[in-house]
Write a protein that binds this ligand. Structure first.
Ligand code: SF4
Length: 323
């Protein structure tokens, strides 16, 4: 994806970007490329980023786990995280000697906001000895209070690797439902949820199937349990993309943040993507203008309190060692 010719980029985004929008974006993309080279920077983009960012300026892209892995292997002075704040913190944890920038430090996450380190300590007192598995969609302080992290790609594997009859899997109650339905381990959880995935309803999927009898419906595990039960397949964003690549359905609905369908559709032009749409307001805070500004000014630098950094890093690296 690194510095493709601009015409090729427009070919990838023209299904969602008009000629006038492209004319406005093009000089910004060129400016960002120039600044990136001057600063020896690498741009990481989550799958939910706008196609102009995803195809236009990102060097590497992926889901939370993919970005965490790539963040641990980068060869650049500066990392720009086009995603939300916990992702930038994870990149900083894995690259303590590099500068990590986030183009908008208000790009948060409803799951990360759902739990604090104090809440984790209270859970440990209530369930002594039960290991704490924390979704990466949390603050560094919460990671530091936990035993190990997981993502939606590897949550089952991480829970089962702990060889414990009971596990606290926090903070997403729907991911906890998903793991509970696929594992013998008893899952205790928290009342957190993603504002984007909680929007979807099983009745919407029923209606889709009436309107499109041949449609395949694939859903993210942050959706309600009844949405998961209505889907043909449930998986993380990278697992959803792989499923489309392996099955090449004629028609598919990806029940997740709807920008991802715009990005995936570029790779599978023969598949029709039907989008019941829910947008992440936090991901949308990242724009080409803000990426340009943070590269130009070195603004939005992510710092992690030294008192928690080592422990938080340990929770992430333990995960990477298991999966
Ligand atoms: S989509 Fe949901 S989990 Fe992902 S960043 Fe947005 S609010 Fe957080």
């Amino acid at each position: 994806m690194k510095n493709q010719p601009l015409r090729e980029i427009f070919d990838k985004v023209r299904h969602v970007v008009t000629e006038p929008e492209w004319a406005l974006a093009r000089p910004l993309i060129e400016e960002i490329r120039q600044l990136k080279a001057e600063r020896d920077a690498l741009i990481l983009a989550h799958n939910y980023q706008h196609p102009l960012i995803f195809f236009g300026v990102a060097d590497l892209s992926g889901d939370s786990l993919g970005l965490a892995r790539q963040a641990s292997q980068v060869d650049a002075q500066t990392i720009v995280m086009c995603g939300v704040h916990f992702m930038a913190e994870t990149a900083k944890l894995l690259n303590p000697d590099r500068q990590v920038l986030i183009p908008d430090d208000q790009a948060g996450c409803s799951l990360a906001d759902a739990i604090t380190a104090e809440d984790v300590e209270a859970l440990r007192e209530r369930y002594p000895g039960v290991p704490v598995v924390t979704y990466v969609n949390t603050s560094a302080a919460v990671k530091a209070a936990s035993d190990i992290c997981c993502t939606s790609s590897n949550a089952i594997e991480i829970v089962e690797a702990l060889a414990s009859d009971q596990v606290l899997l926090i903070p997403d109650r729907h991911l906890a439902d998903y793991v509970s339905n696929h594992s013998e381990v008893e899952i205790l959880t928290w009342e957190g949820g993603c504002v984007v995935h909680e929007e979807f309803r099983a009745s919407e999927i029923d209606a889709l199937r009436v309107d499109h009898p041949d449609i395949c419906v694939i859903a993210h595990p942050e959706c309600h349990a009844e949405v998961q039960a209505s889907a043909d397949m449930v998986g993380s964003t990278s697992q959803l993309i792989d499923w489309v690549g392996n099955h090449r359905p004629d028609k598919v609905a990806m029940i997740t943040e709807c920008t991802m369908s715009d990005n995936v559709a570029s790779h599978f032009p023969k598949t029709e993507f039907i989008q019941p749409c829910s947008l992440c307001p936090y991901m949308r805070r990242i724009t080409l203008e803000k990426i340009r500004d943070c590269l130009r000014d070195g603004s939005g630098e992510v710092e992690i309190d030294e008192a928690i950094a080592d422990q938080a890093r340990l929770s992430v690296t333990r995960m990477l060692e298991v999966s």
